[in-house]
Design a protein around this ligand. Structure first.
Ligand code: ADP
Ligand code: MG
Ligand code: MG
Length: 314
């Protein structure tokens, strides 16, 4: 493991999140090129600002298709496929519901049942029409909105990994506010849900993998004696409510990690583990509200539990 290495840390804030790059050598110029790369992709994909390619698509909803750059088109195509998978909790067209709840932003509140029903009708992934030849996207219903907030960081983390590799770097860690990607061997901490400090439930040893954690403790608000967090169930329009506190996915690509954290939130521990047993490429760590830590398998990483309040169970 590599904790004793002499490391150089470069940090900034982008996509509303702290960004951290760790390198084994001092290379300020490389760090600044990496941050510029992240910013360029953020500018294409964000829905939290007035202009981006995704915002152009949303503004043309119900009116006309919008041609976008190839990478944005490919990402949307991949997100649509994940949204159409059977029982998928992931939905790229969730935008109208995200905007209604405003979780993590000023003015969040529990909407009425009627408001939710009206918005649900505008979140059908089938209504995202794609044209491969033109690389264009058309939201066929007025009021529809694509939201790539669940996958933008993962997609960008993969682009940073590719860029660093191409620059001849074989040892680096990038943390995009919860999406960790690595080149070489690293130990990555698993955050303790709701802990005020940087307390860890455990730590995992990885080698070149992405580690993505999504948790109900990340962004939420409280109303009517309940906690309402930011991962919505596209079937009900309400935050996903189950036994889970966080899901961590270990995979080669961070985009897969992002999609799978959302899918696994929707599936829960039992169904999720059953599906992951059929897949060599995706592994997960579930943390439940009962403080159980459940590993789907440990082929590509080693997990060590650190916090005695939690227990490893099968
Ligand atoms: P974080 O922002 O903490 O990385 P996630 O990766 O879990 O969190 O993504 C949550 C964001 O994804 C939400 O803020 C919202 O923009 C969007 N989102 C919420 N529910 C869904 C869903 N069911 N499918 C796709 N995107 C979603
Ligand atoms: Mg995320
Ligand atoms: Mg995610």
């Amino acid at each position: 493991m590599s904790d004793e290495r002499c490391l150089y840390r470069y940090s900034t804030v982008l996509m509303g999140s702290p960004i951290l790059l760790k390198l084994p050598r001092h290379d300020e110029a490389l760090a600044s090129r990496v941050f510029q790369l992240i910013k360029r992709y953020e500018d294409l994909l964000t829905v939290n600002r007035a202009s981006s390619q995704v915002m152009d698509i949303n503004r043309a909803a119900g009116r006309h298709p919008v041609a976008v750059s190839r990478p944005v088109y490919q990402l949307i195509k991949c997100a649509k496929a994940a949204s159409l998978a059977q029982d998928s909790a992931f939905n790229l067209a969730i935008g109208p519901l995200v905007k209604l709840w405003r979780i993590g932003f000023q003015g969040s509140r529990v909407p009425s049942g009627a408001e939710i029903a009206a918005r649900l009708a505008l979140t059908r992934p089938q209504d995202v029409a794609l044209d491969d030849a033109a690389a264009s996207v058309f939201l066929t219903q007025p009021g529809m909105e694509i939201d790539l907030g669940a996958i933008a960081k993962g997609y960008i983390a993969d682009r940073v990994r590719d860029y660093l590799r191409q620059q001849g770097t074989d040892e680096a860690l990038i943390n995009l506010g919860g999406n960790v990607h690595t080149l070489g061997r690293w130990s990555v901490g698993l955050k303790k849900p709701f802990a005020a400090d940087d307390a860890l439930v455990g730590v995992m040893a990885v080698d070149g993998q992405s580690v993505v954690t999504s948790g109900v403790y990340e962004r939420y608000f409280e109303q009517d004696g309940r906690r309402w967090h930011h991962i919505l169930d596209p079937r009900s329009g309400y935050p996903l409510d189950n036994a889970l506190q966080s899901v961590t996915v270990i995979s080669a690509d961070s985009l897969d990690g992002d999609i799978w954290t959302t899918l696994l939130y929707g599936l829960g521990v039992e169904k999720g583990c059953a599906i992951l047993r059929q897949r060599e490429d995706i592994e997960a760590i579930f943390v439940t509200k009962n403080r159980d830590v459940i590993l789907s398998s440990q082929r590509r990483f080693r997990f060590s539990l650190l916090d005695a309040d939690y227990r490893l169970t099968d």
